[in-house]
Design a protein around this ligand. Structure first.
Ligand code: ZN
Length: 352
């Protein structure tokens, strides 16, 4: 497996004394897809003028009219047609799952994570996440039975707080299910199939084995789930969760969900310790009902800018137009920090 990188060094005369300063920009390529990013850790220290304008005492309040809060959820959220789900909504612990009122996919559901309107990253529990995913699986299995016109590709998305593009603060996930994979998902499936044809092996199993051997980006393996930082991340502090025995979301067992929920909770608590409050999570799943041996289900988590009235967006023209990410934290440093949250003497283990 090749972990390609190229280093460029650029020189400039920096004020106030205009002495020569050398900057290193590292270009990395993902070992499967070739999707590239550039890393300059020095950029984390650059001034952000707009953030200085942040208002003091910026507090979140709980609005009475939040449709996802317990007093409103039964009357303000939509229901599934009875032909799909006779109860209208799926209930699983604190999770309510119902159709998105403003759908972005042929099948688009929203899953509430907690009855609380505001949940900090260190307050998410394994049970909240596991219940949300159990509800998601029920939805996917109902769709599989109801809609048999061809392949269905599910995506499990979690946007937390407005810097991640969430419009509702109350913690919730999105489940999108379409007949076609996204272009990136298609590329993952094709590249994984090509790798299998070339080597006779599953790329994702090889990746975890290779990263465990190298160690610098490996965080932990817990039951059926392995956690690493991505070699060429698409976002800052990108963490990859690999499901060893699944290639699509709908086939996850309760044990696999539990293992993933424990891993994700620990990483979220780790993010919280790093001062992060906003993030995106996405699954990358094969089609429902198929289990190709060349592909493994996985999910990626990235941090987003802090939630405050004025912040600098971390996604610019390179990401939007050139599909190349501007990264300011080395994956190896993130892995080192998060590894502590999986150690036996993890001080936060009891809170999870
Ligand atoms: Zn609410």
């Amino acid at each position: 497996m090749e972990f390609r990188r190229e280093i460029a060094v650029t020189s400039l005369l920096a004020p106030p004394d205009f002495k020569e300063e050398l900057h290193t920009i590292e270009f990395r390529e993902d070992p499967l897809t070739g999707v590239s990013c550039r890393i300059n850790t020095h950029r984390a220290r650059r001034p952000r003028q707009i953030e200085k304008a942040a208002l003091p005492n910026y507090n979140l309040t709980t609005p009475q009219d939040c449709a996802f809060c317990p007093q409103n959820i039964e009357c303000l959220t939509p229901q599934f047609p009875p032909a799909l789900l006779s109860d209208g909504r799926i209930r699983q612990g604190e999770c309510y799952l119902f159709p998105n009122l403003f759908p972005l996919a042929e099948h688009h559901a929203v899953g509430i994570l907690s009855q609380e309107h505001i949940v900090g990253l260190n307050q998410f529990t394994t049970k909240m996440i596991a219940d949300n995913l159990l509800g998601t699986i029920k939805y996917l299995l109902a769709l599989q039975t109801h809609d048999n016109r061809g392949r269905l590709y599910p995506i499990y998305l979690w946007n937390h707080l407005p810097p991640s593009a969430a419009s509702i603060i109350h913690p919730h996930t999105h489940i999108l299910v379409d007949r076609k994979p996204t272009i990136y998902q298609q590329r993952l499936l094709e590249c994984s199939r090509d790798y299998f044809r070339r080597t006779g092996k599953n790329f994702w199993h090889d990746l975890v084995e290779e990263e465990e051997k190298r160690g610098e980006r490996f965080i932990a393996s817990l039951g059926s789930n392995s956690v690493i930082t991505s070699y060429a991340p698409q976002g800052n502090r990108e963490v990859l969760f690999l499901f060893h025995q699944a290639s699509n979301l709908a086939e996850l067992s309760e044990n696999q969900i539990e293992d993933f929920a424990v891993c994700l909770t620990r990483v979220l608590h780790g993010y919280s310790q790093m001062g992060i409050d906003s993030f995106n999570l996405s699954s990358f799943s094969g089609p429902i009902g198929e289990s190709p041996e060349y592909y493994s289900l996985h999910a990626k988590l990235i941090s987003r800018p802090p939630y405050q009235p004025f912040y600098r967006n971390d996604t610019g023209p390179l990401e939007r137009f050139h599909y190349e990410s501007d990264i300011e934290v080395e994956p190896e440093v993130v892995a080192k920090e998060l590894r502590a949250f999986f150690s036996e003497d993890n001080p936060y283990a009891n809170e999870i």
